[in-house]
Design a protein around this ligand. Structure first.
Ligand code: COA
Ligand code: MG
Length: 291
């Protein structure tokens, strides 16, 4: 099952960490980067390490966002948290696949230091936060077996190019950021990993979030990042096939099973061929156990 909801939790907030465990996110991203004030980073590293150790048995995967590789902070972040065996590292402000290769090596060294299973820790880059990264979205295939997905962000990219805003007058993302989203989607699928949609910043706008998440899922994203507990169940819902979808997918698969050797057939007056079968099989593969 792909990760549907990934909730950011500031690394130095005891209250938010206490709350995070119970909200039903598929993954938590304990943050050591932008949500932590610089003077709090040493404390945050310890808090994140302790949280990982104390919550290892819970259902949510525990990820950590470290500081960028060129910040001078990333190695200390990794040295502090890897020993508590996070599920993965979210790497911000990457320039391209070479950064994943480098992080893979750091993780291998620290896994050996700490006696952890080699290669167990995953990597997801935030793959659109620098202008350079935008030209590298096609190069992630095969860069590391640790790669689990690609995600994108519009805030840091806007800051990096000196944009006054990343939005148009009507509130939609400007072309550059819609392009970032599309290239992230295509780059993830080209690499055979999950495409994870970016945050919806207005956490008091459930309708806007649900619309945005539904749009992302239709486009081919399999999950989305949350910044507030209230967003988690809406995201989980948006990325879970509903009963109608499951029933239709089942009918498509059955129709092909009942017509062996037939490449194209009709259902309810619509033509179906291999891409429809693939899509139906993908929906059924991701049906949660509760259904
Ligand atoms: N994870 C866990 N718990 C959170 C949370 C989060 N991301 N955001 C809020 N909460 C908790 C609050 O602590 C509060 O619980 P409490 O009453 O027990 O303290 C409850 O949820 C309701 O929060 P609310 O009052 O609505 O919001 P807030 O003003 O406390 O926080 C933000 C608003 C935006 C500062 C907060 O949601 C946040 O820190 N989000 C993550 C930011 C982040 O990580 N950014 C980096 C990536 S872009
Ligand atoms: Mg940022």
């Amino acid at each position: 099952m792909p990760l549907r909801s990934l909730l950011f939790v500031p690394g130095d907030s005891e209250r938010k960490q206490a709350k995070a465990a119970g909200v039903g996110a598929d993954a938590l991203i304990l943050d050591l980067e932008d949500s932590v004030e610089a003077s709090r980073l040493p404390v945050a590293r310890e808090m994140v390490r302790e949280y990982l150790a104390a919550h290892a048995d819970e259902a949510a995967q525990l990820w950590v966002r470290i500081n960028p590789l060129d910040s001078g902070l990333a190695l200390d972040d990794l040295a502090a948290v890897v020993r508590a065996a996070p599920a993965g590292i979210l790497l911000p402000k990457v320039s391209g696949a070479a950064d994943i290769v480098l992080l893979d090596r750091y993780l291998s060294a620290l896994e050996a230091r700490d006696g952890l299973t080699p290669g167990a820790i995953g990597i997801v880059p935030v793959a659109t936060e620098t202008p350079q990264a935008m030209f590298a979205l096609g190069e992630y295939k095969g860069c590391s077996p640790r790669l689990r997905g690609l995600t994108w962000g519009a805030e840091d990219l806007a800051a990096a190019v000196g944009a006054a805003s990343n939005k148009q007058e009507d509130g939609e993302y400007d072309f550059t950021y819609r392009m970032a989203r599309s290239l992230c989607l295509l780059g993830a699928h080209a690499a055979g990993v999950a495409a994870i949609d970016t945050i919806w910043t207005n956490f008091r706008d459930p309708e806007g979030l649900s619309r945005d998440a539904a749009r992302a899922r239709r486009a081919g994203f399999s999950g989305k990042i949350a910044i507030h507990p209230d967003q988690v169940s809406l995201i989980n819902q948006a990325f879970t096939p509903d009963a109608d979808e499951i029933a239709r997918a089942q009918r498509i698969v059955t129709a092909f099973e009942q017509s062996p050797g037939v490449g194209t057939l009709q259902l309810d007056g619509e033509m179906l061929d291999r891409p429809h079968l693939k899509q139906a099989q993908r929906i059924l593969a991701n049906v949660p156990a509760a259904h």
